[in-house]
Design a protein around this ligand. Structure first.
Ligand code: ADP
Length: 396
């Protein structure tokens, strides 16, 4: 019994076959450079990596190739898969929890594309193709926004004309919700506390922070779109909206050019030319001034959010680092929380340097706030949500 998890992005499709009960990953793959002449398909299965290059014209071909490579490796999708979980980025005001996909739901996800033009259309394509390939199992949409749907109005409301905001569904939605929910639950389990007040820092290529009170998020750094908040790999995070007007008027850039600038040519990539944190680290070691500044901007923003969320929570019990950078970059953890002993936060340098794939404490025994590294696993969370819904609706 397994669940196929599909994450269909703008130019790539990630897929993973997960055993939702044991949590084991059975097979994981990636189709990338969709739309290019030399697309790439990679599959990790039973300790082996299979890689192929071929033209992948669109998402339909991309997923078909993914299914082909799985079948070629001996994975019997038709026999094994009991449900398909789809990561969907924007659920808007409509979807607050994992939802069984039918024609109406698919249309609603598609209708939300105006809020997420880069994300929801490829999500819809992925769902359409996977439903054609696996028509006899339930398909479940798991929304990146869902965990944050109940943010207090004070945190979710933008201070703009309320009529315009209402008409155009402008509010703060928050993203990476599946990850924030998964790691915050894991943290509460790990520390054996349900009343945990925590700050979760999801630091990957995209990055977001959240403040969570006894399992309920009370604030998060991403807003109407994933552009707001922390400095990211290619996104600027918080910026004066006046910059947009200035670019429109003075640089004669249209909305698509500005969108592309802020989403793809900003953040670490905008400041240094590279978005990968490991590469940034190498450049800093080589004394590259742009890389040093980019790192300082990144850490400065992160510390601002940590400070803000400490006050929003009033009492802070734990800080959680997760995702590629949060789990692996000990220096980022140390710098984000440097000199905060007065606030009851103290990293243990030795614990912080230890490498592990397990959840672990990296603060000192005396630190009033426990600092944890908890590996995220969005695929497993999606697989479990899909399985749960498939069971209740079909009795599988
Ligand atoms: P996403 O899922 O948002 O694409 P990930 O959570 O996989 O991103 O994180 C990708 C980021 O994690 C990259 O910037 C990468 O450089 C960084 N990263 C991965 N491993 C390490 C490491 N060992 N040290 C520092 N950064 C790392």
């Amino acid at each position: 019994m397994s669940v196929l998890v599909v994450n269909s992005g703008s130019s790539s499709v990630k897929f993973e076959l997960v055993d939702p009960d044991s949590g084991d990953s059975i097979a994981a793959g990636l189709v990338e450079q969709i739309g290019e002449l030399q697309g790439r398909v990679v599959l990790d299965y039973r300790g082996e990596t299979i890689e192929k290059r071929r033209e992948i014209a669109d998402h339909a071909v991309g997923l078909a190739v993914a299914f082909e490579i799985l079948a070629g490796a001996g994975v019997e999708l038709g026999a094994d898969v009991t449900a398909v979980g789809h990561r969907v980025v924007h659920g808007g005001d409509v979807f607050h929890e994992p939802t069984l996909i039918d024609e109406k739901v698919l249309q609603q996800i598609s209708d939300l594309s105006s809020l997420a033009p880069l994300h929801n259309p490829p999500n819809v394509l992925g769902i359409e193709v996977a439903r054609r390939q696996l028509p006899n199992v339930p398909h479940v949409a798991v929304f990146d926004t869902a965990f944050f749907h109940s943010l207090p109005a004070a945190a979710s409301t933008y201070a703009i004309d309320r009529e315009i905001a209402k008409k155009h569904h402008i509010r703060r939605y928050g993203f990476h919700g599946t990850s924030h929910q998964y790691v915050s639950l894991r943290a509460a389990e790990f520390l054996g506390r349900e009343d945990l007040n925590q700050i979760v820092l999801h630091l990957g290529n995209g990055a977001s922070a959240s403040a969570i009170e006894s399992g309920i998020p009370i604030d998060t750094s991403m807003g109407l779109t994933p552009l707001e908040g922390l400095v990211m790999g290619t996104r600027c995070g918080d910026i004066d909206p006046g910059v947009v007007m200035h670019l429109r008027r003075s640089a004669d850039m249209d909305v698509d050019a500005i969108d592309e600038l802020l989403n793809r040519r900003s953040g670490l990539a905008g400041l240094t030319g590279v978005n990968d944190f490991r590469e940034l680290g190498k450049r800093i070691d080589d004394g590259d001034a742009d890389a040093v500044l980019a790192y300082e901007v990144y850490i400065h923003r992160l510390r601002k959010y940590i400070g803000a969320y400490m006050l929003a929570l009033g009492r802070l019990d734990a800080i959680i680092f997760t995702a590629g950078v949060g789990e692996n970059a000990a220096g980022v953890r140390a710098d984000a929380l440097a000199n905060l002993r007065g606030f009851g936060i103290e990293i243990d340098p030795e614990r912080n340097m230890m490498r592990s794939k397990e959840a672990r404490v990296v603060s000192t025994e005396g630190s009033a706030v426990t600092v944890l590294v908890i590996p995220t696993n969005e695929e497993l969370a999606i697989a479990r949500a899909a399985q749960k819904l498939a069971r209740t609706t079909t009795g599988v």
